[in-house]
Design a protein around this ligand. Structure first.
Ligand SMILES: *[C@@H]1O[C@H](CO)[C@@H](O)[C@H](O)[C@H]1NC(C)=O
Ligand SMILES: *[C@@H]1O[C@H](CO)[C@@H](O)[C@H](O)[C@H]1NC(C)=O
Length: 109
């Protein structure tokens, strides 16, 4: 389920035509039961990533926007099985290039 959600989010980025580098190091953070994934979006500032994610969340009935901040978006995702997971999108602008470091964390409720 988390992977499917992740795939949807990466699709948003592909939709935007940006290059993605997904890192695997931060997967399965041991201190929590959250599943996290790091994505580097090159050539697009975090402000635009933020707007794109919010637009997609609002367009999809299975997602509910919980909190919206410049560097953090929280949403609830309800799967087809009626299971809800919390999703965090944390954005950190990259300093050297025009880009955005996006961390996605999923936690089943
Ligand atoms: C999101 O899920 C949490 C936990 O299940 C719930 O407390 C909260 O009301 C939900 N928020 C929205 C906007 O659906
Ligand atoms: C989302 O971020 C909030 C605030 O930093 C944190 O309390 C919460 O545990 C995070 N949830 C997930 C699913 O990572």
């Amino acid at each position: 389920m988390a992977m499917r959600t992740f795939a949807v989010v990466v699709l948003f980025a592909v939709f935007l035509g940006v290059r993605i580098i997904a890192g695997g190091k931060e997967d399965n953070v041991p201190t929590t039961n959250a599943y996290c994934k790091i994505v580097w979006l090159l050539g697009i500032p975090c402000e635009q990533v933020n707007v794109a994610i919010v637009t997609q969340i609002k367009a999809m009935a299975s997602y509910k926007l919980v909190l919206l901040a410049p560097k953090l978006i929280q949403a609830n995702h309800t799967s087809g099985f009626g299971q809800t997971e919390r999703v965090n999108f944390t954005m950190i602008p990259t300093s050297m290039i025009l880009g955005c470091h996006l961390q996605l964390c999923f936690k089943l409720k």
